[in-house]
Design a protein around this ligand. Structure first.
Ligand code: ATP
Length: 513
């Protein structure tokens, strides 16, 4: 656990030191769970968004994008269920005065049992070696069965209590499990209460005519309310999708995990409109497709897993998360939800307008079903950034800090370095920068010894360093150094563009899907 904490602290301080993420309003002591993206962070964030947009929108004939406003008519949030049901169960510890999400306390308790269970399996695997049969062990070992039963019983009781709004039982469960405040160790809890996560604001200048609004808590509703506009103006036929990326706002109860849980964050969502009855197959297809998108970035298959929901949101008939192995363990990165016709039907009910599609093949109109994929851009940033950061042990007993960002996402694709600041080398390096910047984000760096400059670019995630030296003056060649292998080759200046393109172009990464 200490290791995980240390690694996470390193991630946060590296993000600040290298210009990726700053605490918002830092000189005023910051604003809790709000962050600013810095000069490198904004490039990485844009690249992740573009990578998603390319895969989800531009590579599909039947998916289009929109950019709807953050302010929306307030009745939308009544129709969507957010006014009545977008709540989290909160609980306070009376001694530490700390506030928690009751469901998260219980889930963390189960995660601890799960890690005990995994230790038991790992121990047995070591003991039995080659002969180890995991399936058999898990289904026969009494201790493992005990752990699993405890997890299952706890989670399903919690799901049931939350579903029935039985908050007293959620508190009883916390007490029976003897869950203590992770900070103070105290078990002195208040009752569990529901807390609505939407931020309110006002539209209009005069106090009496001002309209109460909410900052949108998800981008999805902007898609639903534009469903017919898009369908009619694009003439798309079902199945088709509408995607958008944009800010969403939630007054999160607990927000202590850097950019994992923010109060202002960005979502990348796609709503896929389908024929009722086909939702099961689309659900499976989108689960598979979205996982492939993640895997294409090469962060390691072992870092992803699906978690199917037991407790379904009010709008869903099936839901699964793609969880990622963050520095603090496996947590939700993306949700894939079968939303039925809940949202469109609700908007029909509240507006009295039909939001139906005429299916020429079936020769009838219906309200489409919807399959949603929803990923947090900031969480994706944290996933990529935290996995990329490594303290690498080198052969000569030294270490280097390297940020192994997938080259397609790296803020700068190459740094151009003159070996010395004289003899015309800076001029050639500048010329290379001028030429390459039409195609890639590149930087010029002439400060410090070249070795130090390499290390600086490694820590910054730059996939290539290009060094101009005295031989360049004679033969127009330069040294290109690869961040990950630290290998160097001599290449012609005119070939640089192709070399960089081969490793950074989205085409080659997305083709792995
Ligand atoms: P959680 O259970 O972690 O609160 P959620 O199930 O409420 O998340 P969704 O409503 O499904 O999340 O939102 C879709 C995605 O938006 C999530 O998978 C996550 O990546 C992202 N997201 C949600 N809330 C936040 C937040 N407060 N900060 C950053 N990203 C978020």
């Amino acid at each position: 656990m200490a290791n995980q904490d240390d690694q996470f602290k390193k991630v946060i301080s590296h993000a600040k030191e290298y210009g990726y993420v700053f605490q918002s309003s830092e000189i005023y002591d910051g604003l809790s769970a709000v962050y600013d993206y810095a000069q490198n962070g904004v490039e990485l964030k844009n690249n992740i968004r573009n990578y998603w947009w390319k895969a989800m929108v531009q590579m599909h004939d039947n998916i289009v994008g929109i950019d709807s406003a953050i302010f929306m008519h307030p009745t939308i949030w009544k129709a969507s269920g957010h006014v009545d049901a977008f709540n989290d169960p909160l609980i306070d510890n009376k001694d530490s005065k700390k506030r928690y999400r009751a469901d998260v306390l219980i889930e963390d308790y189960c995660a601890k049992i799960e890690s005990k269970l995994n230790k038991e399996v790992a121990k047995a695997e070591k003991r039995f070696g080659e002969a180890f049969n995991k399936e058999e062990f898990v289904s026969t070992n009494q201790r493992v069965i005990g752990y699993q039963t405890k997890i299952n019983e706890t989670l399903s009781r919690m799901a049931k209590s939350l579903e029935n709004e039985d908050l007293a039982d959620v508190k009883a469960l916390i007490e029976e499990l003897e869950i203590a405040d992770p900070v103070s160790g105290s078990k002195n809890w208040t009752d569990v209460k529901q807390f609505n996560l939407m931020f309110g604001t006002k539209l209009g200048a005069s106090a009496d005519s001002a309209m109460d609004l909410y900052l949108r808590p998800e981008t999805a509703q902007g898609i639903f309310v534009n469903f017919l506009n898009v369908q009619k103006s694009s003439r798309l036929k079902i199945p088709f999708g509408i995607a958008q990326t944009g800010k969403a706002f939630r007054n999160e109860i607990v927000a202590r995990q850097f950019i994992f849980r923010m109060r202002e964050f960005e979502q990348m969502e796609m709503q896929f409109f389908i024929k009722p009855g086909t939702q099961k197959e689309w659900y499976e297809q989108w689960k598979e497709k979205r996982l492939k998108w993640h895997l294409s970035l090469g962060l390691g298959e072992e870092n992803y897993r699906f978690h199917n929901h037991e407790k379904l949101a009010h709008y869903a008939d099936a839901a699964s998360d793609i969880e990622f192995n963050f520095p603090f363990g496996f947590k939700e990165l993306e949700g894939i939800h079968s939303r039925t016709d809940f949202d469109l039907s609700q908007h029909e009910k509240f507006t009295g307008k039909k939001l139906q599609y005429f299916d020429p093949e079936e020769n009838k109109s219906y309200t489409p079903y919807v399959l949603e994929t929803s990923i947090g851009l900031d969480r994706m940033f944290l996933a990529v950034f935290s996995k990329a950061l490594e303290e690498e042990q080198l052969d000569n007993d030294t270490t280097r800090t390297v940020l192994r960002l997938p080259a397609v996402l790296a803020p700068n694709k190459a740094a151009i370095l003159p070996l010395v600041k004289k003899d015309g080398l800076p001029e050639i390096a500048q010329q290379i920068v001028e030429d390459l910047r039409w195609d890639f984000n590149v930087v010029y760096d002439e400060k410090d010894a070249v070795g130090r400059r390499y290390r600086r670019q490694d820590a910054n995630g730059t996939p290539f360093c290009i060094t101009v030296d005295h031989d360049t003056l004679d033969d127009n060649t330069v040294t290109i150094r690869h961040r990950d292998s630290m290998e160097q080759e001599r290449v012609k200046i005119q070939d640089l563009k192709d070399i960089i393109k081969k490793e950074t172009d989205m085409r080659f990464w997305l083709m792995k899907m």
